[in-house]
Design a protein around this ligand. Structure first.
Ligand SMILES: Cc1ncc(COP(=O)(O)O)c(C=O)c1O
Ligand SMILES: N[C@@H](CCCC[NH3+])C(=O)O
Length: 417
C-alpha cells in the first residue's frame, strides 16, 4: 500500500491530509510516513530471514533523529560516514554493536569517538587509514574491529556521480591489493580483522552488478580463510534502487534471493547498508506555487522550495514525480518547476510535462525521503525547512523550521575589525 494517496480529492500521508500540515506548519516542508519506513525495513529484513544478517540503515539517506529512532526500535543498525552521523545514531538509540563506519577520510577524533563507542566495525578505505586506526586504538588500549572496503571494479550502471566500485573511484582498496593488505592488517597489534566490505554504487536497478560483486567477495572470503584470516561479517553495502519514474528495480526479495544463492555455504553474518530503498519513497517535499510565468518556450511554475531544499535534480538531473496536493482537472503544460534561487540550475522539474499549477497551489515532489533533507543547505540564506513525521492520524514536527536567528546564530562580527 502506498502511504501517500488521494482521498476525496486530497493527497494524504497515511491519515493526515497534506493541506492540513501546510495550513498549520507553512510551506515548504518534508513529510515522512512512519508506516512506509516500517514497511520498507520489515520487507528488507524478511527477505534475508533465512541467513544471519544485520541491516544497517545508511544514515546519510535520512538522518532525522525520529526516523533513526523508529528504525532502531525495529532492530535496525546504522551505516555511518562521520562523527556527526555516529552522534546522531547513538542519540537516536541505535545499538552501537550494529554500527558500521565507512568513508575515505575518517579523522583521528572521529576514529577515537567510534572506538570509545565500541561500534561493530570500521570499513577501511586505505592503508594509511588502517595504520591511523591501529595507532589510535593502541593509544586507547583497545582493539579496533575492521573490514577492508574492497573495490571490486564492477560497473553498477548508475549515474557516474553515485558509482563507487570502479577502479577510477576514490573508494576502497583495489581487489588486487586486498590480500596483501588483509595480511598486513592481521599483523597489526591493535586491529582485529572481522569483516569484508564492498559498496559499488547507489540507485542500482539491475541485480547483476550486485551478483558480480558478491561473487568476487565470496571468493575473497574463501581465500582469506585459506590464509588463516577468518571473516565473520560480509558487508555488501547498500545501493538497491527505487522507482522514481519508470525504473523497475528488483524487489528486496529478488535481490536477497539472488545474493543468498551466491553466498550459500559461507559461514558469515551478512551486513547490508540500505538507504534509499528504505527512505526514498517514504518521503515527499511539499511546496507552494508562488507565481507562474509563461514564455514563448515554456511555462515556469515558481515555487517556494528550491535546489537548496532538494538538490538531486540540480546535481544529478534526477527525476522526481510532481503531483498536485489537491487532485484537480489539471491539464498538462510543458515547462519547469523552479525555485527562488539565483541559479539557472535551480529546478525541481525541467523541460517536461507538468500539471498546469496556478498561484497558491500545493505541489508534492515525490520520492524525496532519501538524500533530500540531508543534502539541503542554507544557500541564498534560506532557512532549512521542517521535517514532519506522520504516524497514522497524527503528525509530529521532528525538526522545526529554521529561523533567521538560526541562520546567523553561529556567526559574529569582530569588535575591532
Ligand atoms: C558505504 C555506503 N553504504 C551505503 C550507502 C547507501 O546507499 P543506498 O542509499 O543507495 O542504499 C552508500 C551510499 O551510496 C554508501 O556510500
Ligand atoms: N546523494 C545521492 C546518493 C549518493 C549515495 C552516497 N554514497 C543521491 O541523492 O542519489
Amino acid at each position: 500500500m502506498n502511504h501517500f494517496h488521494y482521498m476525496n480529492g486530497e493527497m494524504y500521508c497515511e491519515e493526515v491530509p497534506l493541506k492540513k500540515i501546510a495550513d498549520e506548519v507553512g510551506t515548504p516542508f518534508y513529510v515522512y510516513s512512519a508506516a512506509t519506513f516500517k514497511k520498507h525495513f520489515e520487507d528488507f529484513e524478511a527477505s534475508f530471514k533465512e541467513v544471519p544478517h544485520i541491516i544497517c540503515f545508511a544514515v546519510k539517506a535520512n538522518s532525522n533523529l525520529a526516523v533513526l529512532n523508529l528504525l532502531g526500535k525495529l532492530g535496525c543498525g546504522a551505516d555511518i560516514v562521520s562523527g556527526g552521523e555516529l552522534y546522531r545514531a547513538l542519540k537516536a538509540g541505535i545499538d552501537s554493536k550494529k554500527i558500521v563506519y565507512a568513508g575515505v577520510g575518517k579523522t583521528e577524533e572521529e576514529i577515537e569517538f567510534a572506538l570509545k563507542s565500541d561500534i561493530l566495525m570500521f570499513n577501511i578505505e586505505s592503508l594509511q587509514e588502517l595504520e591511523k586506526i591501529n595507532e589510535v586504538a593502541k593509544r586507547l588500549n583497545k582493539k579496533a574491529r575492521i573490514a577492508l572496503r574492497v573495490n571490486p571494479n564492477v560497473d553498477p550502471k548508475t549515474h557516474p556521480y553515485i558509482s563507487t566500485g570502479l577502479k577510477k573511484n576514490k573508494f576502497g582498496i583495489p581487489i588486487e591489493k586486498a590480500y596483501q593488505e588483509y595480511e598486513y592488517a592481521a599483523s597489526l597489534s591493535n586491529i582485529e580483522v572481522v569483516g569484508a566490505h564492498c559498496h559499488i554504487g547507489s540507485q542500482l536497478t539491475d541485480v547483476s552488478p550486485f551478483v558480480d560483486a558478491t561473487k568476487i567477495m565470496v571468493e575473497l572470503v574463501k581465500n582469506l580463510k585459506d590464509k588463516g584470516i577468518e571473516i565473520k561479517y560480509l558487508d555488501l553495502g547498500g545501493g538497491l534502487g527505487i522507482k522514481y519514474k519508470d525504473e523497475t528495480p528488483p524487489s528486496p526479495k529478488e535481490y536477497a534471493d539472488k545474493l543468498i544463492d551466491v553466498i550459500k555455504g559461507l559461514d558469515v553474518t551478512l551486513v547490508f547498508e540500505p538507504g534509499r530503498v528504505i527512505a526514498g519513497n517514504a518521503g515527499a517535499l511539499v511546496t507552494k506555487v508562488l507565481y507562474t510565468k509563461d514564455t514563448e518556450l515554456k511555462s515556469f511554475k515558481i515555487v517556494d522550495a528550491a535546489m537548496n531544499d532538494l538538490m538531486r535534480p540540480t546535481l544529478y538531473g534526477s527525476y522526481h514525480e510532481i503531483k498536485p496536493v489537491k487532485e484537480g482537472n489539471y491539464k498538462n503544460v510543458y515547462g519547469d518547476i523552479v525555485g527562488p534561487i539565483c541559479e539557472t540550475g535551480d529546478f525541481l522539474a525541467k523541460d517536461r510535462d507538468i500539471p498546469d499549477f496556478q498561484q497558491g497551489d500545493l505541489v508534492a515532489v515525490m520520492s524525496a525521503g532519501a538524500y533530500g533533507f540531508t543534502m539541503s543547505s542554507n544557500y541564498n540564506s534560506r532557512p532549512r525547512v521542517p521535517e514532519i513525521l506522520v504516524n497514522k492520524d497524527k503528525y509530529y514536527i521532528v525538526r522545526r523550521r529554521e529561523t533567521y536567528d538560526d541562520l546567523i546564530g553561529l556567526e559574529c562580527i569582530p569588535e575591532d575589525l
